[in-house]
Ligand binder design. Structure first.
Ligand SMILES: Nc1nc2c(ncn2[C@@H]2O[C@H](COP(=O)(O)OP(=O)(O)O)[C@@H](O)[C@H]2O)c(=O)[nH]1
Ligand SMILES: [Mg+2]
Length: 334
């Protein structure tokens, strides 16, 4: 009998249905999954659990006590600003940076450009690779890379929540192992609750971790139905606006962008989000949190978790979005 759920890593308990690891007494003997994992997998029903990041930093400290290889998984559509901070906990470990979700960026984007961006993140890494879990892209190369850098059997998988850590592990099991034990994945942050060891073969055990929650990510503030719209599932069709006069562009009720100078804005957002522009003065969404940004030539404005806007020329751009969502500029990704 297992003590913890093989889907999310939570310790089993039989007394509180609303806390992690709950399993009915009658299922305790026969099931290896907690109720929550069972419901996510069978009914697509989500029960949101919020983890404290403190737990995650303790996991990182434990990893740092080993010499094990670390796979740092990054969502290429939403590259987090603070990856350097995660890595600062892992001074003793070799790190491979994995840019996942390649499929959502346009095919025309060169992987070499995406990889070049990794250098600007300030991380000490031993290797880097672009993959797509959904499209099963580059997994043979990834396996070779892991093989050539791993020092012990254990390899940790870390990163922010929702970047696809658990999905990547499942794909590796599916491709390279006889095992049919998969870990739980979902569109909600904090699906994985504790470390889960997954033995791929005699020489490799992948250790899935809960992942760090990003307070500035819009995903934390949306209901599952909106989440489904915001998370891109297919290749993004970019939308380019040539700005010649004062105008506003709206992404549903989530974002307003005001621009007034000679400029070109390219929107990288999920295809399921409705984007509209107006040339008329309007108050719509002007009550949301306002950011007055000075943007330089060929920079991106990132609205954490929602998408990004590439700006061709320098100028002033005003952004309105939900209160706790982080907005920042960066050197253009593409
Ligand atoms: N488009 C796309 N979505 C992905 C990819 N990998 C994972 N996802 C989705 O990202 C969400 C989070 O995945 P999950 O594995 O639970 O992330 P984790 O929190 O890092 O373990 C799920 O909705 C996955 O289907 C990918 O390569 N492409
Ligand atoms: Mg996970």
């Amino acid at each position: 009998m297992n003590n913890s759920c093989r889907g999310c890593g939570a310790k089993f308990q039989t007394f509180d249905p609303n806390s992690e690891g709950y399993i009915k007494v009658e299922n305790r003997e026969k099931s290896t999954l907690c109720e929550r994992c069972f419901k996510i997998r069978n009914y697509g029903e989500y029960q949101k659990i919020t983890k404290k990041n403190e737990d995650f930093f303790n996991i990182l400290k434990k990893i740092n006590e080993t010499k094990d290889l670390v796979l740092l998984v990054v969502d290429v559509f939403n590259i987090n600003k603070n990856l350097k901070d995660i890595c600062s906990y892992l001074k003793n470990n070799d790190i491979i940076v994995i840019l996942n979700k390649r499929d959502v960026l346009p095919l025309s984007v060169k992987n070499t450009n995406l990889l070049a961006y990794v250098d600007s993140m300030g991380i000490n890494y031993v290797d880097k690779i672009v993959i797509s879990t959904n499209k099963n892209f580059n997994f043979d190369s990834l396996m070779h890379m892991i093989d050539s850098h791993q020092k012990t059997k254990n390899v940790y998988v870390v990163g922010y929540t929702n970047v696809g850590k658990s999905s990547m592990i499942n794909k590796i099991i599916y491709n390279y192992s006889d095992s049919n034990l998969d870990v739980t994945t979902s569109i909600l942050p904090s699906t994985t609750l504790s470390n889960v060891n997954v033995e791929v073969n005699d020489g490799l055990t992948l250790i899935d971790t809960p992942g760090i929650l990003d307070d500035g990510n819009i995903m934390n503030y949306l209901e599952p139905n909106d989440l489904k719209k915001v998370l891109p599932r297919d290749e993004i069709r970019t939308i380019v606006y040539q700005i010649r006069t004062k105008q506003s562009i709206f992404v549903e009720d989530l974002l307003r962008v005001d621009a007034e100078m000679y400029n070109n804005l390219t929107f990288y957002f999920s295809n399921r989000l409705n984007i509209e522009r107006t040339f008329n003065k309007t108050d719509k969404l002007s009550k949301l949190k306002k950011y007055d940004l000075i943007v330089f030539e060929n920079q991106d404005i990132v609205i954490n978790g929602l998408g990004f806007i590439n700006v061709t020329h320098s100028g002033k751009i005003t952004i309105y979005t939900l209160p706790d969502v982080e907005v920042f500029t960066r050197k253009a990704l593409i």
